[in-house]
Design a protein around this ligand. Structure first.
Ligand code: BGC
Length: 597
Protein backbone atom coordinates (compact mmCIF):
# COMPACT_ATOMS: atom_id res chain seq x y z
CA UNK A 1 0.00 0.00 0.00
CA UNK A 2 2.75 2.37 1.11
CA UNK A 3 4.66 1.52 -2.07
CA UNK A 4 1.63 2.26 -4.19
CA UNK A 5 1.26 5.69 -2.55
CA UNK A 6 4.95 6.40 -3.07
CA UNK A 7 4.71 5.44 -6.76
CA UNK A 8 1.61 7.58 -7.09
CA UNK A 9 3.38 10.57 -5.57
CA UNK A 10 6.44 9.99 -7.76
CA UNK A 11 4.29 9.70 -10.86
CA UNK A 12 2.44 12.93 -9.94
CA UNK A 13 5.76 14.67 -9.38
CA UNK A 14 7.16 13.50 -12.73
CA UNK A 15 3.95 14.52 -14.48
CA UNK A 16 4.04 18.01 -12.92
CA UNK A 17 7.74 18.39 -13.72
CA UNK A 18 7.04 17.41 -17.33
CA UNK A 19 4.33 20.08 -17.55
CA UNK A 20 6.65 22.64 -15.94
CA UNK A 21 9.49 21.82 -18.31
CA UNK A 22 7.15 21.98 -21.31
CA UNK A 23 5.75 25.33 -20.25
CA UNK A 24 9.22 26.72 -19.63
CA UNK A 25 10.41 25.46 -23.03
CA UNK A 26 7.51 27.10 -24.77
CA UNK A 27 7.64 30.45 -23.10
CA UNK A 28 11.33 30.72 -22.38
CA UNK A 29 13.89 28.83 -20.39
CA UNK A 30 15.33 29.96 -17.05
CA UNK A 31 18.30 31.03 -19.22
CA UNK A 32 15.89 33.43 -20.92
CA UNK A 33 17.07 36.30 -18.85
CA UNK A 34 19.03 36.49 -15.73
CA UNK A 35 20.44 34.49 -12.96
CA UNK A 36 18.23 34.79 -9.92
CA UNK A 37 20.00 37.19 -7.67
CA UNK A 38 19.11 37.31 -4.01
CA UNK A 39 19.94 40.96 -3.74
CA UNK A 40 20.73 43.21 -6.64
CA UNK A 41 23.81 45.44 -6.69
CA UNK A 42 22.93 49.01 -7.63
CA UNK A 43 24.11 48.72 -11.24
CA UNK A 44 21.54 45.99 -11.82
CA UNK A 45 18.68 48.01 -10.43
CA UNK A 46 19.17 51.30 -12.24
CA UNK A 47 19.22 52.97 -15.58
CA UNK A 48 22.69 54.34 -16.32
CA UNK A 49 22.28 57.88 -17.63
CA UNK A 50 25.27 59.33 -19.47
CA UNK A 51 25.92 63.01 -18.91
CA UNK A 52 28.11 64.76 -21.45
CA UNK A 53 29.34 67.54 -19.14
CA UNK A 54 29.83 70.21 -21.82
CA UNK A 55 26.24 69.91 -22.86
CA UNK A 56 23.92 69.40 -19.89
CA UNK A 57 23.79 72.78 -18.19
CA UNK A 58 25.96 75.92 -18.17
CA UNK A 59 26.00 77.73 -14.81
CA UNK A 60 28.52 80.48 -15.59
CA UNK A 61 27.41 81.65 -19.02
CA UNK A 62 30.58 80.73 -20.92
CA UNK A 63 28.62 78.58 -23.33
CA UNK A 64 29.99 75.22 -22.14
CA UNK A 65 28.30 73.02 -19.56
CA UNK A 66 29.85 72.58 -16.11
CA UNK A 67 29.53 70.72 -12.82
CA UNK A 68 27.29 73.31 -11.17
CA UNK A 69 25.13 73.20 -14.24
CA UNK A 70 24.77 69.44 -13.74
CA UNK A 71 24.08 69.83 -10.00
CA UNK A 72 21.29 72.25 -10.86
CA UNK A 73 19.67 69.41 -12.79
CA UNK A 74 19.85 66.88 -9.95
CA UNK A 75 16.11 67.14 -9.34
CA UNK A 76 15.46 66.54 -13.02
CA UNK A 77 17.67 63.44 -13.01
CA UNK A 78 15.99 62.17 -9.88
CA UNK A 79 12.54 62.84 -11.34
CA UNK A 80 13.50 61.08 -14.54
CA UNK A 81 13.90 57.89 -12.55
CA UNK A 82 17.44 57.03 -13.61
CA UNK A 83 19.43 55.66 -10.69
CA UNK A 84 22.98 56.22 -11.88
CA UNK A 85 24.76 59.08 -13.59
CA UNK A 86 27.86 58.33 -15.65
CA UNK A 87 29.85 61.49 -16.10
CA UNK A 88 32.01 61.76 -19.22
CA UNK A 89 35.47 63.24 -18.40
CA UNK A 90 35.65 66.43 -16.34
CA UNK A 91 39.41 66.25 -15.66
CA UNK A 92 41.95 68.96 -16.58
CA UNK A 93 42.43 68.72 -20.31
CA UNK A 94 43.57 70.76 -23.30
CA UNK A 95 40.30 69.46 -24.81
CA UNK A 96 41.88 68.16 -28.01
CA UNK A 97 39.43 65.24 -27.72
CA UNK A 98 36.98 67.09 -25.49
CA UNK A 99 38.23 65.72 -22.20
CA UNK A 100 39.32 62.27 -23.36
CA UNK A 101 42.84 63.75 -23.39
CA UNK A 102 43.59 64.08 -19.69
CA UNK A 103 46.37 66.25 -18.29
CA UNK A 104 45.69 65.33 -14.66
CA UNK A 105 43.72 62.20 -13.79
CA UNK A 106 42.88 63.45 -10.29
CA UNK A 107 41.76 67.01 -10.88
CA UNK A 108 38.86 68.99 -12.31
CA UNK A 109 39.20 71.21 -15.36
CA UNK A 110 38.41 74.87 -14.56
CA UNK A 111 36.00 74.85 -17.50
CA UNK A 112 33.86 72.45 -15.46
CA UNK A 113 34.51 74.05 -12.06
CA UNK A 114 36.45 73.00 -8.98
CA UNK A 115 36.89 69.92 -6.83
CA UNK A 116 34.42 71.54 -4.41
CA UNK A 117 31.88 71.74 -7.26
CA UNK A 118 32.53 68.07 -7.95
CA UNK A 119 31.92 67.19 -4.31
CA UNK A 120 28.73 69.21 -4.36
CA UNK A 121 27.53 67.29 -7.40
CA UNK A 122 28.35 63.96 -5.78
CA UNK A 123 26.45 65.03 -2.66
CA UNK A 124 23.51 66.37 -4.70
CA UNK A 125 23.20 63.00 -6.45
CA UNK A 126 23.78 60.87 -3.37
CA UNK A 127 21.28 62.93 -1.34
CA UNK A 128 18.67 62.01 -3.92
CA UNK A 129 19.63 58.35 -3.94
CA UNK A 130 21.48 58.51 -7.26
CA UNK A 131 24.85 56.89 -7.87
CA UNK A 132 27.76 58.55 -9.65
CA UNK A 133 30.15 56.82 -12.04
CA UNK A 134 33.25 58.45 -13.48
CA UNK A 135 34.81 57.98 -16.88
CA UNK A 136 38.17 56.24 -16.44
CA UNK A 137 40.43 56.77 -19.47
CA UNK A 138 43.37 54.43 -18.94
CA UNK A 139 44.81 53.96 -22.41
CA UNK A 140 46.33 57.40 -22.83
CA UNK A 141 46.92 60.75 -21.20
CA UNK A 142 47.22 64.17 -22.76
CA UNK A 143 50.61 65.12 -24.16
CA UNK A 144 50.29 67.99 -21.68
CA UNK A 145 50.33 65.62 -18.70
CA UNK A 146 53.45 66.20 -16.61
CA UNK A 147 54.32 62.50 -16.99
CA UNK A 148 54.67 62.98 -20.72
CA UNK A 149 56.77 66.14 -20.38
CA UNK A 150 59.14 64.20 -18.10
CA UNK A 151 59.09 61.14 -20.30
CA UNK A 152 60.12 63.22 -23.31
CA UNK A 153 63.12 64.43 -21.31
CA UNK A 154 63.89 60.84 -20.20
CA UNK A 155 63.44 61.94 -16.64
CA UNK A 156 63.25 58.94 -14.32
CA UNK A 157 61.04 57.20 -13.40
CA UNK A 158 58.98 58.53 -16.31
CA UNK A 159 61.23 57.50 -19.21
CA UNK A 160 59.14 54.44 -20.04
CA UNK A 161 55.72 55.69 -18.99
CA UNK A 162 54.76 55.84 -22.68
CA UNK A 163 55.37 53.63 -25.72
CA UNK A 164 58.56 54.95 -27.37
CA UNK A 165 60.34 53.53 -30.40
CA UNK A 166 63.34 54.28 -32.57
CA UNK A 167 62.73 55.11 -36.23
CA UNK A 168 62.81 52.30 -38.76
CA UNK A 169 65.26 54.45 -40.71
CA UNK A 170 65.35 57.84 -42.42
CA UNK A 171 63.96 58.76 -45.84
CA UNK A 172 65.87 60.49 -48.61
CA UNK A 173 65.09 63.92 -47.10
CA UNK A 174 66.39 62.77 -43.75
CA UNK A 175 62.94 62.43 -42.16
CA UNK A 176 62.59 59.62 -39.58
CA UNK A 177 60.38 56.70 -40.69
CA UNK A 178 57.87 55.33 -38.11
CA UNK A 179 58.71 51.87 -36.73
CA UNK A 180 55.67 50.26 -38.39
CA UNK A 181 52.45 50.95 -40.34
CA UNK A 182 50.10 51.19 -37.34
CA UNK A 183 47.27 53.69 -37.73
CA UNK A 184 45.43 56.02 -35.39
CA UNK A 185 41.70 55.49 -34.84
CA UNK A 186 41.40 59.13 -35.84
CA UNK A 187 43.27 58.56 -39.16
CA UNK A 188 46.92 58.74 -40.12
CA UNK A 189 50.02 57.22 -38.56
CA UNK A 190 49.80 56.25 -34.90
CA UNK A 191 53.39 57.46 -34.41
CA UNK A 192 54.65 60.98 -33.77
CA UNK A 193 58.30 62.00 -33.76
CA UNK A 194 59.79 63.88 -30.82
CA UNK A 195 62.88 65.82 -31.74
CA UNK A 196 63.93 66.24 -28.11
CA UNK A 197 64.06 62.50 -27.48
CA UNK A 198 64.89 61.41 -31.04
CA UNK A 199 62.18 58.77 -30.87
CA UNK A 200 58.58 58.21 -31.94
CA UNK A 201 55.76 57.79 -29.44
CA UNK A 202 52.68 55.73 -30.07
CA UNK A 203 49.16 57.17 -29.93
CA UNK A 204 46.14 55.09 -30.73
CA UNK A 205 44.05 58.27 -30.96
CA UNK A 206 45.32 61.85 -31.51
CA UNK A 207 48.98 62.83 -31.32
CA UNK A 208 47.85 64.77 -28.28
CA UNK A 209 46.83 61.47 -26.64
CA UNK A 210 50.04 59.46 -26.12
CA UNK A 211 49.44 55.83 -25.10
CA UNK A 212 50.57 54.86 -21.61
CA UNK A 213 52.91 51.91 -21.35
CA UNK A 214 51.15 49.19 -19.33
CA UNK A 215 54.24 47.01 -19.43
CA UNK A 216 55.62 49.42 -16.85
CA UNK A 217 54.65 48.39 -13.30
CA UNK A 218 54.76 52.00 -12.12
CA UNK A 219 52.21 53.09 -14.71
CA UNK A 220 49.92 50.30 -13.56
CA UNK A 221 50.29 51.42 -9.97
CA UNK A 222 49.71 55.09 -10.86
CA UNK A 223 46.45 54.23 -12.63
CA UNK A 224 45.26 52.05 -9.75
CA UNK A 225 45.90 55.03 -7.51
CA UNK A 226 43.70 57.10 -9.81
CA UNK A 227 40.88 54.64 -9.19
CA UNK A 228 41.51 54.76 -5.44
CA UNK A 229 41.52 58.56 -5.48
CA UNK A 230 38.00 58.73 -6.92
CA UNK A 231 36.73 55.82 -4.87
CA UNK A 232 37.94 57.65 -1.76
CA UNK A 233 36.00 60.66 -3.02
CA UNK A 234 32.91 58.50 -2.81
CA UNK A 235 32.18 57.69 -6.45
CA UNK A 236 30.28 54.50 -7.15
CA UNK A 237 32.21 53.12 -10.07
CA UNK A 238 33.71 53.68 -13.49
CA UNK A 239 32.99 53.48 -17.16
CA UNK A 240 36.31 52.35 -18.61
CA UNK A 241 37.25 53.95 -21.91
CA UNK A 242 38.68 52.28 -25.02
CA UNK A 243 39.93 49.18 -23.22
CA UNK A 244 40.74 47.15 -26.31
CA UNK A 245 43.64 49.49 -27.10
CA UNK A 246 45.43 49.05 -23.77
CA UNK A 247 48.26 46.86 -25.06
CA UNK A 248 50.00 46.31 -28.35
CA UNK A 249 52.52 43.59 -29.17
CA UNK A 250 55.96 44.10 -27.71
CA UNK A 251 57.82 43.70 -30.99
CA UNK A 252 57.22 47.06 -32.63
CA UNK A 253 58.91 46.12 -35.89
CA UNK A 254 55.88 44.21 -37.22
CA UNK A 255 53.35 45.75 -39.62
CA UNK A 256 49.62 45.09 -39.34
CA UNK A 257 48.05 43.31 -42.35
CA UNK A 258 45.81 45.16 -44.79
CA UNK A 259 42.15 44.29 -44.12
CA UNK A 260 40.55 42.28 -46.89
CA UNK A 261 37.00 43.71 -46.70
CA UNK A 262 37.60 47.06 -45.12
CA UNK A 263 35.31 49.10 -47.37
CA UNK A 264 37.96 51.84 -47.63
CA UNK A 265 40.74 52.47 -50.11
CA UNK A 266 42.19 55.26 -48.00
CA UNK A 267 45.45 53.81 -46.57
CA UNK A 268 45.32 56.39 -43.78
CA UNK A 269 41.87 55.31 -42.62
CA UNK A 270 41.92 53.17 -39.47
CA UNK A 271 39.72 50.58 -41.16
CA UNK A 272 42.37 49.98 -43.82
CA UNK A 273 44.31 47.60 -41.56
CA UNK A 274 43.47 44.50 -39.60
CA UNK A 275 44.40 45.35 -36.02
CA UNK A 276 45.81 42.02 -34.98
CA UNK A 277 48.80 43.54 -33.18
CA UNK A 278 47.22 46.51 -31.42
CA UNK A 279 43.84 45.34 -30.13
CA UNK A 280 42.73 42.95 -27.38
CA UNK A 281 46.16 41.69 -26.44
CA UNK A 282 45.97 39.03 -23.71
CA UNK A 283 47.75 41.16 -21.09
CA UNK A 284 44.73 43.50 -21.08
CA UNK A 285 42.71 41.06 -19.01
CA UNK A 286 45.37 40.89 -16.30
CA UNK A 287 45.22 44.65 -15.89
CA UNK A 288 41.43 44.73 -15.84
CA UNK A 289 41.54 42.12 -13.08
CA UNK A 290 43.89 44.35 -11.11
CA UNK A 291 41.34 47.17 -11.38
CA UNK A 292 38.56 44.81 -10.34
CA UNK A 293 40.56 43.95 -7.23
CA UNK A 294 40.93 47.64 -6.42
CA UNK A 295 37.18 48.20 -6.76
CA UNK A 296 36.42 45.15 -4.68
CA UNK A 297 38.23 46.71 -1.76
CA UNK A 298 35.22 49.04 -1.56
CA UNK A 299 31.59 47.98 -1.11
CA UNK A 300 29.11 47.98 -4.03
CA UNK A 301 31.24 49.50 -6.82
CA UNK A 302 30.66 49.02 -10.52
CA UNK A 303 32.93 48.66 -13.53
CA UNK A 304 31.48 48.98 -17.02
CA UNK A 305 33.82 48.63 -19.95
CA UNK A 306 33.71 50.11 -23.43
CA UNK A 307 34.48 47.44 -26.05
CA UNK A 308 33.37 48.55 -29.49
CA UNK A 309 33.44 46.85 -32.87
CA UNK A 310 34.72 43.48 -31.72
CA UNK A 311 33.52 39.95 -32.39
CA UNK A 312 31.00 38.87 -29.76
CA UNK A 313 33.36 36.25 -28.27
CA UNK A 314 35.96 38.94 -27.73
CA UNK A 315 33.45 41.29 -26.07
CA UNK A 316 32.23 38.57 -23.72
CA UNK A 317 35.74 37.96 -22.41
CA UNK A 318 35.48 41.26 -20.57
CA UNK A 319 32.85 39.81 -18.24
CA UNK A 320 35.50 37.43 -16.95
CA UNK A 321 34.28 34.35 -15.15
CA UNK A 322 33.62 33.14 -11.63
CA UNK A 323 37.26 32.67 -10.76
CA UNK A 324 38.45 35.79 -12.59
CA UNK A 325 35.63 38.36 -12.48
CA UNK A 326 36.34 41.42 -14.61
CA UNK A 327 33.79 44.07 -15.64
CA UNK A 328 30.25 43.97 -14.30
CA UNK A 329 29.45 44.26 -17.95
CA UNK A 330 31.07 45.32 -21.20
CA UNK A 331 28.72 47.71 -23.02
CA UNK A 332 26.37 45.94 -25.37
CA UNK A 333 26.67 48.03 -28.54
CA UNK A 334 24.92 45.49 -30.77
CA UNK A 335 21.83 47.67 -31.17
CA UNK A 336 24.16 50.32 -32.61
CA UNK A 337 26.46 48.05 -34.59
CA UNK A 338 23.81 45.80 -36.14
CA UNK A 339 21.00 48.29 -36.59
CA UNK A 340 22.47 51.30 -38.29
CA UNK A 341 19.25 52.85 -39.61
CA UNK A 342 15.54 52.31 -40.02
CA UNK A 343 15.88 49.89 -42.89
CA UNK A 344 17.87 47.58 -40.59
CA UNK A 345 15.12 47.74 -37.98
CA UNK A 346 12.93 44.68 -38.40
CA UNK A 347 11.37 42.28 -35.94
CA UNK A 348 13.77 39.55 -37.03
CA UNK A 349 16.81 41.82 -36.73
CA UNK A 350 15.84 42.87 -33.21
CA UNK A 351 15.37 39.27 -32.17
CA UNK A 352 18.71 38.21 -33.67
CA UNK A 353 20.50 41.12 -32.06
CA UNK A 354 19.05 40.43 -28.63
CA UNK A 355 19.74 36.71 -28.95
CA UNK A 356 23.31 37.33 -30.01
CA UNK A 357 24.02 38.97 -26.67
CA UNK A 358 21.94 36.68 -24.49
CA UNK A 359 23.17 33.46 -26.10
CA UNK A 360 26.81 34.42 -25.79
CA UNK A 361 26.71 35.99 -22.34
CA UNK A 362 28.49 33.80 -19.79
CA UNK A 363 26.24 32.01 -17.32
CA UNK A 364 25.22 34.13 -14.36
CA UNK A 365 26.23 37.44 -15.95
CA UNK A 366 24.09 40.51 -16.41
CA UNK A 367 22.98 42.00 -19.78
CA UNK A 368 22.81 45.66 -20.74
CA UNK A 369 21.41 47.63 -23.67
CA UNK A 370 22.93 50.72 -25.23
CA UNK A 371 21.07 52.73 -27.88
CA UNK A 372 23.42 55.68 -28.23
CA UNK A 373 26.16 57.79 -26.70
CA UNK A 374 28.44 60.75 -27.41
CA UNK A 375 30.17 58.84 -30.23
CA UNK A 376 27.12 57.76 -32.31
CA UNK A 377 24.26 59.60 -33.96
CA UNK A 378 21.04 60.29 -32.09
CA UNK A 379 18.45 57.50 -31.97
CA UNK A 380 15.78 59.71 -33.58
CA UNK A 381 18.10 60.48 -36.49
CA UNK A 382 19.16 56.89 -37.02
CA UNK A 383 15.74 55.27 -36.75
CA UNK A 384 13.20 58.11 -37.08
CA UNK A 385 11.42 60.15 -34.43
CA UNK A 386 8.42 57.82 -34.65
CA UNK A 387 10.54 54.93 -33.29
CA UNK A 388 11.95 56.79 -30.26
CA UNK A 389 9.33 55.63 -27.75
CA UNK A 390 9.32 52.04 -28.94
CA UNK A 391 13.09 51.78 -28.64
CA UNK A 392 13.08 53.34 -25.18
CA UNK A 393 10.35 50.87 -24.21
CA UNK A 394 12.46 48.03 -25.53
CA UNK A 395 15.71 48.82 -23.72
CA UNK A 396 14.03 49.85 -20.49
CA UNK A 397 11.88 46.72 -20.30
CA UNK A 398 14.28 44.00 -21.42
CA UNK A 399 16.08 42.16 -18.63
CA UNK A 400 19.30 43.98 -17.74
CA UNK A 401 20.61 47.50 -17.37
CA UNK A 402 19.72 50.15 -19.97
CA UNK A 403 22.14 52.96 -20.75
CA UNK A 404 20.64 56.28 -21.87
CA UNK A 405 22.61 59.16 -23.36
CA UNK A 406 21.41 62.58 -22.22
CA UNK A 407 18.73 64.00 -24.49
CA UNK A 408 17.51 60.64 -25.77
CA UNK A 409 14.64 60.79 -23.28
CA UNK A 410 13.19 63.77 -25.17
CA UNK A 411 14.06 62.44 -28.62
CA UNK A 412 16.75 64.97 -29.53
CA UNK A 413 17.95 64.68 -33.12
CA UNK A 414 21.38 65.19 -34.71
CA UNK A 415 22.20 68.84 -35.27
CA UNK A 416 23.70 70.01 -38.54
CA UNK A 417 27.11 71.57 -37.81
CA UNK A 418 28.85 73.53 -40.55
CA UNK A 419 32.52 72.87 -41.31
CA UNK A 420 33.33 76.26 -39.74
CA UNK A 421 31.62 75.25 -36.47
CA UNK A 422 33.00 71.71 -36.40
CA UNK A 423 34.88 70.92 -33.21
CA UNK A 424 35.31 67.16 -33.07
CA UNK A 425 38.86 66.15 -34.05
CA UNK A 426 37.54 62.99 -35.67
CA UNK A 427 35.51 65.20 -38.04
CA UNK A 428 38.21 67.83 -38.52
CA UNK A 429 40.80 65.27 -39.63
CA UNK A 430 38.66 64.24 -42.60
CA UNK A 431 38.39 67.77 -44.03
CA UNK A 432 35.42 69.81 -45.34
CA UNK A 433 34.40 67.16 -47.88
CA UNK A 434 34.02 64.24 -45.53
CA UNK A 435 33.78 65.63 -41.98
CA UNK A 436 30.05 64.93 -41.74
CA UNK A 437 30.61 61.19 -42.11
CA UNK A 438 32.88 61.15 -39.07
CA UNK A 439 32.10 64.13 -36.84
CA UNK A 440 30.52 63.36 -33.47
CA UNK A 441 29.43 66.96 -32.92
CA UNK A 442 25.82 66.42 -34.15
CA UNK A 443 24.99 64.27 -31.09
CA UNK A 444 26.89 66.46 -28.62
CA UNK A 445 24.92 69.71 -28.87
CA UNK A 446 23.44 71.37 -25.76
CA UNK A 447 20.54 69.79 -23.94
CA UNK A 448 17.23 71.40 -24.80
CA UNK A 449 15.52 72.51 -21.60
CA UNK A 450 12.91 75.05 -22.74
CA UNK A 451 11.97 77.44 -25.53
CA UNK A 452 13.96 80.45 -24.27
CA UNK A 453 17.20 81.52 -25.94
CA UNK A 454 19.79 78.73 -26.31
CA UNK A 455 17.10 76.32 -25.15
CA UNK A 456 17.64 77.38 -21.53
CA UNK A 457 21.07 75.72 -21.57
CA UNK A 458 23.02 78.94 -20.86
CA UNK A 459 22.44 82.52 -19.79
CA UNK A 460 25.44 83.54 -21.91
CA UNK A 461 25.34 84.69 -25.51
CA UNK A 462 26.87 81.73 -27.32
CA UNK A 463 27.25 77.98 -26.96
CA UNK A 464 30.23 75.74 -27.69
CA UNK A 465 28.21 73.91 -30.34
CA UNK A 466 25.04 75.35 -31.86
CA UNK A 467 21.74 74.44 -30.24
CA UNK A 468 19.47 72.42 -32.51
CA UNK A 469 16.98 74.69 -34.18
CA UNK A 470 14.09 72.41 -33.25
CA UNK A 471 14.49 73.39 -29.56
CA UNK A 472 11.26 75.39 -29.46
CA UNK A 473 9.29 72.18 -30.00
CA UNK A 474 11.69 69.57 -28.63
CA UNK A 475 12.54 70.52 -25.05
CA UNK A 476 12.08 69.24 -21.53
CA UNK A 477 9.63 71.89 -20.39
CA UNK A 478 7.30 71.41 -23.35
CA UNK A 479 7.37 67.66 -22.88
CA UNK A 480 6.59 67.91 -19.18
CA UNK A 481 3.58 70.09 -20.01
CA UNK A 482 2.30 68.05 -22.95
CA UNK A 483 -0.35 65.45 -22.32
CA UNK A 484 1.75 62.80 -24.04
CA UNK A 485 5.48 63.09 -24.77
CA UNK A 486 8.68 61.07 -25.15
CA UNK A 487 9.76 62.33 -21.76
CA UNK A 488 6.56 61.29 -20.02
CA UNK A 489 6.78 57.84 -21.56
CA UNK A 490 10.40 57.57 -20.47
CA UNK A 491 9.51 58.50 -16.89
CA UNK A 492 6.67 56.00 -16.79
CA UNK A 493 8.97 53.30 -18.11
CA UNK A 494 11.60 54.13 -15.51
CA UNK A 495 8.98 53.69 -12.79
CA UNK A 496 7.45 50.59 -14.33
CA UNK A 497 10.74 48.73 -14.64
CA UNK A 498 10.91 48.66 -10.84
CA UNK A 499 7.96 46.24 -10.78
CA UNK A 500 8.75 42.60 -10.09
CA UNK A 501 8.01 41.12 -13.55
CA UNK A 502 10.64 43.48 -14.96
CA UNK A 503 13.07 43.18 -12.07
CA UNK A 504 13.26 39.40 -11.94
CA UNK A 505 10.61 38.11 -14.31
CA UNK A 506 11.07 35.84 -17.29
CA UNK A 507 11.23 37.04 -20.85
CA UNK A 508 9.72 35.59 -24.02
CA UNK A 509 9.30 36.84 -27.56
CA UNK A 510 5.85 35.59 -28.60
CA UNK A 511 5.54 37.27 -32.01
CA UNK A 512 8.48 38.08 -34.23
CA UNK A 513 7.92 38.87 -37.88
CA UNK A 514 9.54 41.22 -40.36
CA UNK A 515 7.35 44.10 -39.16
CA UNK A 516 6.51 43.10 -35.61
CA UNK A 517 8.64 42.52 -32.57
CA UNK A 518 7.26 41.65 -29.17
CA UNK A 519 8.60 41.05 -25.69
CA UNK A 520 6.68 39.46 -22.84
CA UNK A 521 7.72 39.83 -19.20
CA UNK A 522 5.99 37.58 -16.72
CA UNK A 523 6.35 36.18 -13.25
CA UNK A 524 4.21 33.76 -11.33
CA UNK A 525 1.79 35.66 -9.12
CA UNK A 526 2.07 38.94 -11.03
CA UNK A 527 0.45 40.54 -14.05
CA UNK A 528 2.12 39.79 -17.38
CA UNK A 529 3.23 42.53 -19.76
CA UNK A 530 3.51 42.44 -23.51
CA UNK A 531 5.40 45.06 -25.52
CA UNK A 532 4.50 45.06 -29.21
CA UNK A 533 6.56 47.08 -31.67
CA UNK A 534 5.82 47.92 -35.28
CA UNK A 535 9.31 48.24 -36.72
CA UNK A 536 8.06 49.22 -40.18
CA UNK A 537 7.37 52.60 -41.71
CA UNK A 538 3.76 51.76 -42.50
CA UNK A 539 0.68 51.09 -40.38
CA UNK A 540 0.33 47.42 -39.47
CA UNK A 541 -2.72 45.44 -38.45
CA UNK A 542 -1.72 42.19 -36.83
CA UNK A 543 -3.41 39.14 -35.39
CA UNK A 544 -1.02 38.29 -32.58
CA UNK A 545 -2.74 34.95 -31.94
CA UNK A 546 -2.04 33.84 -35.45
CA UNK A 547 1.71 34.42 -35.10
CA UNK A 548 2.32 33.79 -31.43
CA UNK A 549 4.46 30.92 -30.17
CA UNK A 550 2.69 31.05 -26.79
CA UNK A 551 -0.94 31.10 -25.86
CA UNK A 552 -2.07 34.68 -25.49
CA UNK A 553 -5.37 35.82 -23.94
CA UNK A 554 -7.95 37.42 -26.25
CA UNK A 555 -7.49 40.95 -24.92
CA UNK A 556 -5.15 43.26 -23.07
CA UNK A 557 -5.18 46.68 -21.45
CA UNK A 558 -3.04 49.46 -22.93
CA UNK A 559 -0.48 50.73 -20.42
CA UNK A 560 1.65 52.96 -22.67
CA UNK A 561 1.75 53.84 -26.32
CA UNK A 562 4.03 55.89 -28.57
CA UNK A 563 3.15 59.56 -28.88
CA UNK A 564 2.56 59.06 -32.59
CA UNK A 565 -0.53 56.94 -31.94
CA UNK A 566 -3.57 59.19 -31.67
CA UNK A 567 -6.29 56.58 -32.04
CA UNK A 568 -9.10 56.65 -29.45
CA UNK A 569 -9.02 52.89 -29.16
CA UNK A 570 -5.47 52.73 -27.74
CA UNK A 571 -5.70 55.50 -25.16
CA UNK A 572 -3.96 54.07 -22.06
CA UNK A 573 -6.53 52.14 -20.06
CA UNK A 574 -8.42 50.94 -23.17
CA UNK A 575 -8.99 47.24 -23.77
CA UNK A 576 -7.68 46.01 -27.13
CA UNK A 577 -8.18 42.70 -28.92
CA UNK A 578 -4.92 40.90 -29.63
CA UNK A 579 -6.37 39.42 -32.80
CA UNK A 580 -6.79 42.80 -34.42
CA UNK A 581 -4.13 45.11 -33.14
CA UNK A 582 -3.35 48.22 -35.17
CA UNK A 583 0.02 49.89 -34.77
CA UNK A 584 1.12 53.12 -36.45
CA UNK A 585 4.65 53.28 -37.99
CA UNK A 586 7.42 52.73 -35.45
CA UNK A 587 4.93 52.37 -32.62
CA UNK A 588 5.50 50.63 -29.33
CA UNK A 589 2.43 49.50 -27.43
CA UNK A 590 2.83 48.22 -23.91
CA UNK A 591 -0.01 45.98 -22.82
CA UNK A 592 -1.12 44.28 -19.68
CA UNK A 593 -2.40 40.82 -20.53
CA UNK A 594 -5.86 40.10 -19.13
CA UNK A 595 -5.92 36.57 -17.78
CA UNK A 596 -9.11 34.70 -18.46
CA UNK A 597 -11.20 33.75 -15.42
C1 BGC B 1 35.43 57.64 -26.25
C2 BGC B 1 35.66 58.64 -27.34
C3 BGC B 1 37.12 59.05 -27.32
C4 BGC B 1 38.05 57.83 -27.38
C5 BGC B 1 39.44 58.18 -27.00
C6 BGC B 1 36.29 56.51 -26.69
O1 BGC B 1 35.91 55.41 -27.15
O2 BGC B 1 34.10 57.26 -26.09
O3 BGC B 1 34.81 59.75 -27.22
O4 BGC B 1 37.38 59.88 -28.40
O5 BGC B 1 37.63 56.82 -26.50
O6 BGC B 1 39.56 58.37 -25.64
Amino acid sequence: MANKAAYGALFALLFLSAIFVTVICIIGSPRDGLAHHESFPFWQRTIVYQVYPRSLGDSDGDGAGDLRGISSKADYLHGLGVGTVWLSPVYPSPMADFGYDIADFVGIDPLFGTMADFEELRAALHDRGLKLMMDFVPNHSSDEHQWFAKSKRREEPYTDYYVWADPKGFNETGQPIPPNNWLSVFRGSAWTWVEERQQFYYHQFLAKQPDLNYRNERVREEMKNVLRFWLDKGVDGFRVDAITHLFEVQDLSQDEPVASHSGTDDPLDYGYLNHTLTLNQPETFTVVKEWRDVLDQYPDKAMIIEVFGEEIEEVMKYYGNDSVPLADFPFNFLLIEHLRNRSDLTGFALKDTIDLWMDNMPEGKWPNWVLGNHDYGRVASRFGTDAVDALNMLVLLLPGTPVTYNGEEIGMVNTFISWEDTQDPQGCRYGPEHYQEFSRDPERTPMQWDNTSFAGFTKGNSTWLPVNENYKEVNVKAQLQAEESHLKIYKELAALRKEEPFVRGHVAYPVVTFEIFSVMRYLEGYESYLLVINTSEGEVEVDLHHHSNVELPPSAVVILRSVTDTSNSTVPGSVVKLSELILVPGEGLLLNLIEEE
